[in-house]
Design a protein around this ligand. Structure first.
Ligand code: FAD
Ligand code: FES
Length: 287
């Protein structure tokens, strides 16, 4: 008989990389489809939108990475990882090939307020590869089982250039649908680009989604978040209804080591999802 509370929480579950998709022109963002080697491990990994996993590569270490697949995608987990030139774990991850084995711990952290969002209009604003957990959320809301529970869905997603947009095929699929308002933008287009140009905060201002009965989820680099808050407040979104996800260096991922704390909050356990109101109450410039 196994004893759940005796399990070592730092022990990763073994997964196989089933598929790797290179997402962008710079080839430094890859999506990994991971399949658990044990059915029991797969069944015990129940997550919700906004949570993250600790991905590990033997000999390199572990990194927290947001879960990019939807909780309703069964049989695999997806993580989209940007590789940094000097990044130990992300470089090791990017050197792995399909069929390789690696580790996952989790799911960790809190979630986007999926229950509270029911019956409401949902707006997402995102820049760069931080789109991953919002992609999970959009897939979840668009699922035929769930779509009726959410009202209008407005997506503003931007990248530096057309080649840096991730999930390109899925973006096209969503743009062809009539139950989601897609606004994909790039800072600067190229010859073939016929879409929108402009930074995410400006495009949010132009699209001007109603703040009435609405919740907005925003994820992106700190500079984007800084410039996104004023237009959202001007549109009438309250700090309670602006939800974001914080990124901090982590070690344990489970509120034990103190590596990720901001004031009295542990980003790994109390977050990574916080409302703008909660962030305003944290010490320093927490975005
Ligand atoms: C909750 C959470 C969710 C996350 N989700 C994702 C995700 O979905 N996809 C993803 O790619 N990353 C995500 N991250 C960031 C990711 O955890 C780090 O990029 C990763 O841990 C870097 O590990 P490393 O060992 O490669 O880099 P390290 O060896 O630890 O760092 C080496 C150098 O890489 C650069 N670097 C590392 N991390 C960052 C960063 N975040 N921003 C800018 N420069 C950096 C710095 O120059 C740093 O000095 C998330 C982080 C958190 C906390
Ligand atoms: S990473 Fe250890 S307490 Fe958050």
């Amino acid at each position: 008989m196994s004893c759940g509370s005796c399990e070592n929480p730092y022990l990763p579950k073994v997964v196989t990389i089933e598929k790797i998709n290179i997402e962008n022109e710079a080839k430094d963002i890859k999506t990994f489809d991971l399949v658990f080697c044990s059915k029991e491990d797969e069944e015990s990994f129940n997550f919700n939108c906004g949570q993250f996993g600790m991905l590990s590569v033997p000999g390199a270490g572990e990194s927290p990475i947001g879960i990019a697949s939807s909780p309703l995608d069964k049989g695999y987990l997806q993580f989209s990882v940007k590789c940094y030139d000097t990044g130990v774990v992300t470089t090791a991850l990017h050197s792995l090939e399909e069929g390789a084995r690696m580790g996952v711990r989790g799911p960790y952290g809190n979630t986007y307020p999926m229950e509270e969002m029911k019956g409401k209009n949902v707006v997402t604003g995102s820049g760069g590869f931080a789109f991953t957990t919002l992609r999970s959320t959009i897939r979840y809301m668009l699922h035929e089982k769930n779509r009726a529970q959410y009202k209008d869905i407005t997506v503003v997603y931007g990248a530096r250039s057309p080649g840096e947009l991730i999930y390109k095929d899925e973006l096209k699929e969503w743009e062809a649908k009539n139950d989601i308002n897609m606004n994909v933008t790039v800072d600067k287009g190229d010859e073939g680009w016929t879409g929108r140009e402009g930074f995410v905060p400006t495009v949010l201002q132009e699209v001007a989604p109603s703040s009435k009965n609405a919740i907005v989820l925003v994820c992106g680099p700190p500079i984007m978040l800084k410039f996104t808050m004023p237009p959202l407040l001007e549109l009438g979104f309250t700090p309670e209804n602006i939800i974001t996800s914080l990124e901090r260096r982590m070690s344990c991922g489970i509120g034990k080591c103190g590596r990720c704390n901001v004031g009295s909050k542990y980003v790994c356990k109390d977050g990574p999802v916080f409302s703008y109101k909660e962030i305003q109450e944290l010490p320093g410039n927490s975005l």
